[in-house]
Write a protein that binds this ligand. Structure first.
Ligand SMILES: CC(C)(COP(=O)(O)OP(=O)(O)OC[C@H]1O[C@@H](n2cnc3c(N)ncnc32)[C@H](O)[C@@H]1OP(=O)(O)O)[C@@H](O)C(=O)NCCC(=O)NCCS
Length: 265
């Protein structure tokens, strides 16, 4: 696929984090599915086909094609000019001839997909369907003691709160690259609206020294529709500008013309 289909050379500026989010129903729009299929490498297509359920194949297609389109656009190359590898923890990186690019992270859950691309920082993103039946006891086993204590005191609010903590933790774990290997008490979070004045963004409340200081970390959290919650974590020396956009803004359309780029209000 050529530059006109995916690349413009405009990525997030230093200090900016672009978060693309959407749902697999976009694949039903005319021409979107074949155009995204054309963005996958043979290895990605093999992984996609290995999923047993069409829903999972769609989730994989949307996430990986949009990573290629968005990174290609940010770097001024076509989506298939990019190659990826993973480290021992599973964190994906750019590989091959074009390795110097923005930090990125992807997440898929149910029908929702989110991709974060950071101008000059480590970044991680997580999206979860908070209605799904995960026992709170199981979630608590991977949370920090302080978070578990907060959940225990929260009664009926506990499920929504648990997913807020969970997504922040997963976003952080992806940013540092450890995934599930992150020791649970190495980081804890304060949720949005729980600062001393009862307001403000979520924040890192406690952090083990090897991850920097709490002030190095910037968090964003919001709902995606009624059923999903999103969290993004970025390590950056100064303030971070979050730019949330629908996935449609990077999709190739018929005639190679993309939908206008619209920030989400
Ligand atoms: C793999 C993990 C990082 C996230 O998994 P997940 O939430 O099930 O799935 P998501 O869709 O959000 O993220 C998966 C993507 O993260 C990326 N990823 C995997 N390992 C990663 C790592 N170590 N660092 C950064 N990114 C990673 C990959 O791109 C992967 O997608 P891909 O395999 O299609 O390329 C890991 O934390 C995990 O398996 N968690 C399971 C749930 C859990 O117990 N969470 C505890 C939080 S309270």
């Amino acid at each position: 696929m050529g530059l006109e289909d995916g690349a413009s050379g405009h990525g997030p500026a230093p200090g900016e984090v672009l978060v693309l989010h959407g749902f697999t129903r976009v694949l039903a729009q005319e021409d979107v599915r074949p155009r995204l299929m054309a963005c996958l490498s043979p290895e990605e297509e093999a992984r996609r086909q290995a999923f047993a359920f069409p829903r999972d194949r769609d989730m994989f297609l949307l996430a990986h094609a949009v990573v290629r389109l968005a990174l290609g656009r940010a770097m001024g190359v076509g989506p298939l000019d990019l190659a990826f590898t993973r480290d021992a923890y599973g964190k994906p990186f750019l590989a091959g001839p074009i390795q110097a690019g923005p930090g990125f992270s992807l997440s898929h859950s149910g029908e929702a997909v989110a991709i974060a691309i950071a101008g000059a920082s480590l970044v991680g993103v997580d999206v979860e369907a908070h209605a799904r039946e995960v026992p709170l006891e199981a979630m608590a086993m991977v949370m920090a003691d302080a978070e578990v204590a907060d959940l225990a005191a929260s009664g009926g609010l506990a499920r929504r709160k648990a997913f807020a903590y969970w997504t922040l933790r997963e976003a952080f774990a992806k940013a540092v690259g450890l995934g599930l290997s992150l020791p649970r008490n190495d980081v804890s979070f304060r949720l949005a609206g729980e600062g001393s004045a009862g307001e403000g963004a979520p924040a890192v409340a406690h952090l083990a020294g090897q991850f920097g200081t709490t002030g190095d970390w910037h968090l964003h959290q919001c709902d995606l529709g009624p059923d999903h919650i999103l969290a993004v974590a970025a390590r950056a020396p100064g303030p971070v500008a979050w730019r949330l956009m629908p996935i449609e803004s990077v999709l190739p359309c018929a005639g190679g013309v993309r939908a206008p780029v619209r920030p989400v209000p």
